[in-house]
Ligand binder design. Structure first.
Ligand code: NAD
Length: 472
């Protein structure tokens, strides 16, 4: 763990073993923190806050750019750790680390654009300042443990806040090395801290302790709900990036090959363990057959294997529990009348025996009675349902408590705009399968979250507004 600029083992004396999900071999031994470690880290961040928040945005930018360079320099090592602890193929892990460095570069510059306002009234003048909120707790999940942390670390430091990060308990290695690189770039001791340990202890302390003024959390909706309730005790600022159940609409006039390629990539990459993964496909009935054929073909073409091997498209799932939930959703769908078109089980062979592998799965004849269409599977499953009219497709897409991302494929501008306006989600992909752009806001509607990350919105999440009124 990293507390007050020093790598520390633990207070409690507990350690945990991190296992490789591709073969269940041990990868590393990590310190397990307690509430006491979390308190020490919060105190260190509190001590560093007046120092860091007093630096100019230019100075902060220099350090953030240096941090981005250090992350790039150490990217080979961090990439390996990420694949070993989490399973994703090396090339995907590398992309994640390099994109995290880009996030730091972006916020280095964005921090310089934290401008105020000057307002003239008849008897007074008003100055509006945007000041850092204070110590932030950054709590992140295992599916993109470095990138999702970078989305918080970048704006947090650029705004002048200090932080304590709590990476996921079972995948803390790459995230810790990422924060270490950031810290090594010249931050004052205590500005960046990492504490490992269970969410119910370390995470809970970071949320409940009055030292933290801001909670930035990515994870399950249920955890977000609990965090929001606890943060209410001190009216803390919260940003919540939560679960998703993203619909993907294919209209009759869409480029079917492009739509199938996009759906396959977003449903199966990272083994479907992405919050904006394609979870439900609604396809116009007149093009359902060719679209489905193309999707099945693409699913069957994907190469599954240990993420450390070259040319692997899909690694193992993160855990036994994650795979079990996927199997249960597939079994439930088949029982409720879905047709298994491909996949649906573990791949066979010695290479797959010890890891949490699963075949990319396509289901036909899906409907909303099935769990896979309502709950977040977080697995490589693409269920397909046919629709007759656009109204029907939009109504089905919006029939969910989630609202993170939604996708529509069409070549008609009016259809695209209508769907984009009527779909209830924070990000709409029109003829693209990704709603993440570093310069644009990312976040969820409904029970998918609160607040926005990325772009200038990401910086605002770490700033408080102050009005200074001058009598004339
Ligand atoms: P999780 O909610 O179980 O855990 C996330 C983090 O919160 C972990 O570090 C965990 O230790 C910590 N935590 C758990 N209980 C806590 C508590 N009571 N107080 C404080 N911290 C606590 O989620 P997960 O299983 O690691 O990740 C998968 C989930 O994350 C999925 O639901 C997925 O959709 C969601 N997710 C959302 C986004 C997004 O941007 N919206 C991105 C990626 C993942």
């Amino acid at each position: 763990m990293l507390i007050n600029g020093v790598l520390v083992p633990f207070v409690s004396g507990n350690v945990d073993i991190i296992y490789n999900p591709a073969n269940q071999e041990p990868v590393a031994q990590v310190a397990v923190g307690t509430r006491q470690d979390a308190r020490l880290a919060l105190q260190a961040a509190k001590k560093a806050f007046p120092i860091w928040s007093a630096t100019s945005s230019q100075e902060r930018a220099k350090i953030l750019h240096a941090a981005a360079d250090l992350v790039r320099q150490r990217s080979e090592q961090i990439t390996r750790l990420l694949t070993l602890e989490m399973g994703k193929p090396l090339n995907n892990a590398k992309m994640e680390i390099l994109s995290s460095a880009d996030v730091l570069d972006f916020y280095a510059e964005e921090g310089k654009r934290n401008f105020g306002e000057w307002i003239s009234s008849s008897h007074s003048r008003s100055i509006v300042l945007r000041q850092p909120v204070g110590v932030a707790a950054l709590i992140t999940p295992w599916n993109f443990p470095v990138d999702l942390l970078a989305w918080k670390v970048g704006p947090c430091l650029a705004a002048g806040c200090t932080f304590v990060a709590k990476p996921p308990s079972k995948a803390p290695l790459a995230a810790t090395e990422f924060v270490r690189a950031v810290s090594d770039a010249g931050l004052p001791a205590g500005a960046a801290n990492v504490v490992h340990g269970p969410g119910s202890e370390v995470g809970a302390e970071l949320v409940e302790n009055p030292i933290s003024r801001k909670i930035a959390f990515t994870g399950e909706t249920q955890t977000g709900r609990e965090i929001m309730a606890h943060a209410a005790a001190h009216i803390k600022r919260v940003s919540l990036e939560l679960g998703g159940q993203s619909p993907f609409i294919v209209c009759a006039d869409a480029d079917l090959e492009a739509a199938a390629a996009a759906a396959a990539q977003r449903a199966f990459s990272n083994m479907g363990q992405i919050c904006i993964s394609v979870n439900r496909i609604y396809v116009a009935e007149e093009v359902a057959e060719p679209f489905t054929e193309e999707l099945v073909l693409r699913a069957e073409r994907l190469k599954i294997g240990d993420g450390m091997l070259p040319d692997v498209d899909l690694g193992p799932m993160f855990s036994r529990a994650q795979r079990q939930r996927t199997k249960e959703h597939v079994a439930d769908a088949i029982e409720m009348g879905a047709e298994l078109l491909t996949g649906g089980q573990e791949p066979e062979g010695e290479a797959y025996e010890k890891g949490y592998f699963f075949q990319p799965t396509v289901l036909g004849e899906a409907d909303h009675s099935m769990r896979v269409m309502r709950e977040e599977t977080f697995g490589p499953v693409a269920p397909i349902m046919k629709f007759k009219t656009l109204e029907e497709a939009i109504a089905l897409a919006n029939d969910s408590e989630y609202g993170l991302a939604a996708y529509v494929f069409t070549n008609d501008l009016k259809t695209a705009l209508r769907a984009a306006e009527e779909l209830e989600a924070g990000g709409i992909g029109v003829n693209v399968n990704n709603v993440v752009d570093l310069q644009a806001p990312f976040g969820g509607w409904k029970e998918s979250g609160l607040g926005r990350e990325l772009g200038h919105y990401g910086l605002e999440a770490y700033l408080e507004t102050k009005h200074i009124r001058l009598g004339m």
